[in-house]
Design a protein around this ligand. Structure first.
Ligand code: CP
Length: 312
């Protein structure tokens, strides 16, 4: 059986049996149908929304994760599905098996859905064509993290009341962030303005309409400020002195955040490094929405699972 990735459409599309690997072609109506379903799950409870017999979901996490792995598992279990976990340390990838062959092996066992995080030099979009089970990317290299993009947009919608016209600023290491890549894909589609702030070498090749070298000017401009972790594991040749300089210029702290409007919000996809991209006092700031993002992640992942399995 061959399946397609999510196609471009002006109307709400069915996600049943489709893979979710990027957000480029997720249209506005379908994105909002996911936000609506996430809200229904949150307001009515999991049992009222889900009505089908349990499905079997394989969670394949070949890179470290706290939020994504547990929220996918909690969303699956809350909605009555069963889960099998394959973690990097315990998989035969350590013995030299490729991602393609690992996923072909799991696919042969017949799961209803495969959720994958990996940082290998293989692309889910290529592998997906070989599988009969749909695939949801749970973060792939630097290319994308679609459910994080969805939960971030959902958080902006809930906390700011709208997405269209919002001025979303990404601060820091945008070029190496798969979260930033998915956020830019979706937020541009949904009508937000996207800016980046940081040193020029951390600007993305596309997706941002404004760039700021000055953090103060950037914070004065935005309604949503999203800090990003410095992705040291993806840098080659940057020394500690350079990192310290960057942190001092682009850190969110009580002083820099004076420039952010009172009704603005502060986000971070996590994991965050206290004292690096943000300080202790920022984590106590009334404008902080990090824990809202984490909570919303369970509902959004529940909504994506339900739509792909076709159980609502
Ligand atoms: N935001 C995110 O993907 O966090 P984890 O790496 O903890 O899953």
């Amino acid at each position: 059986m061959t399946r397609t990735l999510i196609p471009v459409s002006l109307f709400q599309m069915s996600l049943v049996g489709k893979s979710l690997i990027d957000l480029n072609s997720l249209d506005k109506t379908t994105a909002h149908s996911l936000f609506d379903l996430a809200l229904q799950i949150e307001l009515k409870g999991w049992q009222k929304v889900y009505s089908e017999i349990p499905k079997l979901i394989a969670l394949v996490f070949l890179e470290p994760s706290t939020r994504t792995t547990t929220s996918f598992e909690m969303a699956a279990l809350r909605s009555g599905h069963k889960v099998v976990n394959l973690l990097g340390d315990s998989s035969s990838i350590r013995k030299g098996e490729t991602l393609l062959d690992t996923l072909l092996t799991l696919n042969a066992m017949g799961p209803d859905l495969i959720v994958v995080r990996h940082g290998l030099n293989e692309r889910l979009a290529d592998i997906d064509r070989r599988l009969s089970s749909p695939v949801i990317s749970a973060g792939e290299g630097v290319s994308g993290h679609p459910t994080q993009g969805l939960l971030d947009a959902y958080t902006i919608l809930k906390e700011r009341g709208k997405i269209e016209g919002e001025k979303v600023l990404m601060v820091g290491d945008v070029a190496h962030s798969r979260v930033a890549a998915s956020n830019m894909e979706l937020l541009n589609n949904l009508g937000a303005e996207v800016a980046v702030c940081g040193p020029e070498e951390w600007y993305p090749s596309q997706g941002a309409t404004h760039t700021f070298l000055s953090l103060k000017e950037a914070l004065e401009w935005c309604s949503v400020c999203m800090a990003l972790r410095i992705q040291k594991e993806r840098h080659i040749g940057t020394d500690e002195t350079s990192y310290k300089k960057l942190v001092s210029s682009y850190q969110l702290n009580s002083l820099s955040l004076r420039a952010l409007r009172k009704d603005g919000i502060i986000m971070h996809p996590g994991p965050f490094n206290r004292g690096v991209e943000l300080t202790d006092e920022v984590l106590e700031d009334a404008r902080l929405r990090i824990w809202h993002q984490v909570k919303n992640g369970v509902f959004i992942r529940g909504a994506v699972i339900a739509k792909v399995l076709g159980v609502v």
